[in-house]
Design a protein around this ligand. Sequence first.
Ligand SMILES: Cc1cc2nc3c(=O)[nH]c(=O)nc-3n(C[C@H](O)[C@H](O)[C@H](O)COP(=O)(O)OP(=O)(O)OC[C@H]3O[C@@H](n4cnc5c(N)ncnc54)[C@H](O)[C@@H]3O)c2cc1C
Length: 247
Amino acid sequence: MERWIEGTVSESIHWTGNLFTLKIDAEVEKFTAGQFTSLALDIDGERIARPYSYLNSPNQRPLEFFFYTATDGILSNALVKLNPGDKVWVKSQSNGFFVLNEVPKCKNLWLLGTGTGVAPFFSILNTKEPWERFEKVILIHAVRTLADLRYQEVVHSIRQKHKDQFLFEAFVSRERAPGTSNGRIPKALADKTLETKLGVDLDPAHSHLMLCGNPAMVKDSSDVLKVRGFKKHRRRTPGHITTENYW
Ligand SMILES: Cc1cc2nc3c(=O)[nH]c(=O)nc-3n(C[C@H](O)[C@H](O)[C@H](O)COP(=O)(O)OP(=O)(O)OC[C@H]3O[C@@H](n4cnc5c(N)ncnc54)[C@H](O)[C@@H]3O)c2cc1C
């Protein structure tokens, strides 16, 4: 049975006009890195709930969530107004198959996220599993502007710990920013500029990709990858692409 518990906001960070983070204290049940829970607020007498990926890894506390304030979005525009001490409903059980247990054995793991879709990857990267299982772990974060490129301190700390095993590339679509790629992920997969830049071969023989966030990026990247011989991964028919659409 679905169980809501009352969480307390311990910190709220407003990164930009439409990106924010909430840290929440709540005693949720055990979850696996990459999974999501639901958050809810009672608005005009109705409980409004939406799914949100855990950004913290299972052994990190407080719980942490990275949000986009959707234009006219009911819940995100209410969550953005929360302050430390405010209450928020958190679903105790987590859900989802966007986890490493579902990824078949392979050499390199590619994690491709847009905007807040990078959250489950930080949860995964702050566990031991990827570093024990994969030769290289590549994180790609696509954003509109450089100001949207948050959590760089987490990227930096992962890089410090895992050196050559970890590669990171940011894509900024609406402006040119030093040290980042300009444009969109699907194009860089189609023309292979991403692999060339990183110096890592993206081949279905030894790679698995997890795609998360904007459904257009997920679809367009999957389409490009299918042409290159990659298949959607299913338990019964193992492949190379695992996806999580945020809307
Ligand atoms: C499995 C899963 C995990 C999710 N995890 C997160 C998360 O960690 N962080 C997060 O911000 N959202 C996440 N979402 C989206 C979230 O559940 C809500 O849809 C979002 O917060 C908007 O809710 P709303 O009530 O404000 O607006 P809604 O009326 O529900 O949505 C309005 C519109 O906003 C756009 N939108 C929704 N989410 C986003 C987004 N993240 N970035 C850009 N545009 C968006 C879509 O066009 C959508 O149709 C997740 C969704 C799923 C299915």
